[in-house]
Design a protein around this ligand. Structure first.
Ligand SMILES: Nc1ncnc2c1ncn2[C@@H]1O[C@H](COP(=O)(O)OP(=O)(O)OP(=O)(O)O)[C@@H](O)[C@H]1O
Ligand SMILES: [Mg+2]
Length: 204
């Protein structure tokens, strides 16, 4: 209302916005984990197409891509699913945002195929990679693998823990990963295309 912002003000506004977003993400993660651990995370299953989920995830993360010398490649088939759309989107976003966070140059590839009634979705990056001895604890709470790149990037170490919980307990699937230190990583989720219907229908 007071007119154009100058460069310094724009810079401050950007920082405030990023800090607010980070705080909101953190609060949402902590609440989701509390709900899952209390057995109170309701599932809402519906029919939807995978393409829309991937487009939404990519759109939300577009801004983060702009700041890097990164290409995002999409190799996905148009699949129909019956499961919890919002929770699947959350998991895809967690994998994709990690791939972007921990990769400076090269590319991030998102692939999706159908395999024996399952959606197999993978996110591969050409980032910092993870040593074999660190891989086993990635999906546990508050794990951050120390490196200059990780120290520079804000995070709590809850994203992968939450993703595993959601995939196993809401989407009725499994997670896995492979990585080569210094070269890149692939994070995968295997989720039934048609989830077993649950009695809870409320969004929670
Ligand atoms: N694609 C990746 N490449 C390299 N390291 C990764 C990748 N994804 C995750 N990591 C490592 O695993 C750790 C845990 O990831 P996780 O997503 O759980 O937490 P985070 O990204 O640090 O924080 P947040 O809670 O905001 O997601 C990261 O801190 C990083 O060390
Ligand atoms: Mg993360």
């Amino acid at each position: 209302m007071e007119g154009e912002l100058n460069r310094l003000q724009t810079d401050h506004m950007g920082r405030i916005q990023r800090a607010a977003r980070h705080l909101l993400d953190l609060i949402t993660e902590v609440i989701d984990i509390s709900k899952i651990e209390a057995g109170q995370l309701a599932t809402y299953q519906e029919k939807f197409s995978l393409e829309g989920v991937i487009s939404e995830a990519v759109e939300c993360l577009q801004e983060k891509l702009h700041h890097k010398d990164l290409i995002l490649e999409r190799q996905t088939s148009p699949l129909q699913l019956y499961t919890d759309r919002r929770r699947l989107l959350q998991c895809v976003m967690n994998y994709l945002s990690n791939a972007i966070k921990y990769t400076e140059v090269g590319k991030v590839v998102i692939k999706a195929i159908e395999q024996q009634g399952n959606l197999v979705l993978s996110v591969t990056d050409t980032g910092i990679g993870i040593r074999a001895q660190d891989q086993a604890r990635l999906f546990t709470q508050f794990t951050r693998i120390d490196s200059p790149q990780v120290r520079r990037t804000p995070g709590t170490g809850l994203g992968l823990y939450l993703t595993k919980k959601i995939v196993e307990e809401v989407l009725q699937g499994q997670v896995s990963m492979t990585s080569e230190y210094g070269r890149g990583s692939t994070f995968v989720l295997h989720v039934p295309l048609y989830a077993v219907p649950t009695s809870t229908g409320d969004r929670g």
